[in-house]
Design a protein around this ligand. Sequence first.
Ligand code: SF4
Length: 346
Amino acid sequence: MKRLKDIRTLNKEALVAAVKAANQSSYRANQIEEWMWQKGVQSFDDMTNLPKSFRDLMKRDFAFYPPKIDTVQRSSDGTIKMRFTLYDDYRIESVLIPVERDDRYTVCVSSQAGCSLNCSFCATGKMGLLRQLTTAEIVDQVRGVQAICRETYGRNITNVVYMGMGEPLLNYRQVHESIFRLTNEIGLGMSAKRITISTAGIAKMIRKLADDGIRVNLALSLHAANDEKRNKIMPINETNNLSTLMDAIKYFYTQTRNRISYEYIALRDFNDDINDAKELVKLCKYFPVRVNIIEYNPIGDGLFAASQEDKLDRFMAYLAKNDVVATLRRSRGKDIDAACGQLANN
Ligand code: SF4
């Protein structure tokens, strides 16, 4: 059977053309857009202000391919992981991280099925890249998690981070469009200040983000503060070294003034001694930056272990003494493999 075109991959011009081909006025395209992106419907039958004959015509050429929720896992700490099956049977994961005392409900979304970057501490990297997600598949994750968040906590989600499976800047167009849908009035109407793109560090694309005027926060998955160590755990560093990245982020900051943070997973006896802290301090001098030191979650390959507490304390104390704004992030959702670097459809 012929696979119908995904209606949610059409841009406005193509949508207007499709509507006109069905002998309807172009305002119908606006109505369809509102149904799809503002109300979040996933079938033509739900577009109740469109004539039935027109809906039937559209159904002959177009379809919806929403990700289907296949598993919901709830951690004892309140974190909820959702696994979605895509139309072609690939699976992706999203995570809801609630911080009730701050009334903060963050959804961590995937931007690709799998990932090509093969960072050595990350379970997703071991899968390789399966395919890029569409804009709708990214937005639907947010809507799916939103529904669970309302049901469980009676709250709307407050923040979105592109920190699930995949490297968002290597699926730039769809990620860009999904941000547009999340922030636009004909969409979820979120503030871009509540959205963070987390990247392993693709210098050229960080500059593009700045040039395209995208007003989101940027998080660099740093994890090592010199090139030699970073090359060992993040192969992408061989072509995007730290000095190139610092230049690109500085450019991003001067163009946008958006918030920058570094993510730094503390790996036992690899990146957690005072010399590492000294190098990290140096990387905090280029622009205002906050550092999140993240507790490591072993992924079963025995390559790394979490830092010991006393060493981590000394590391944090050194950063504080040198005026680096740093927070130690205890991992959330460890018991359901929902923590950072653990998303691999287990
Ligand atoms: S850490 Fe991020 S960029 Fe690296 S392999 Fe995992 S998903 Fe990809």
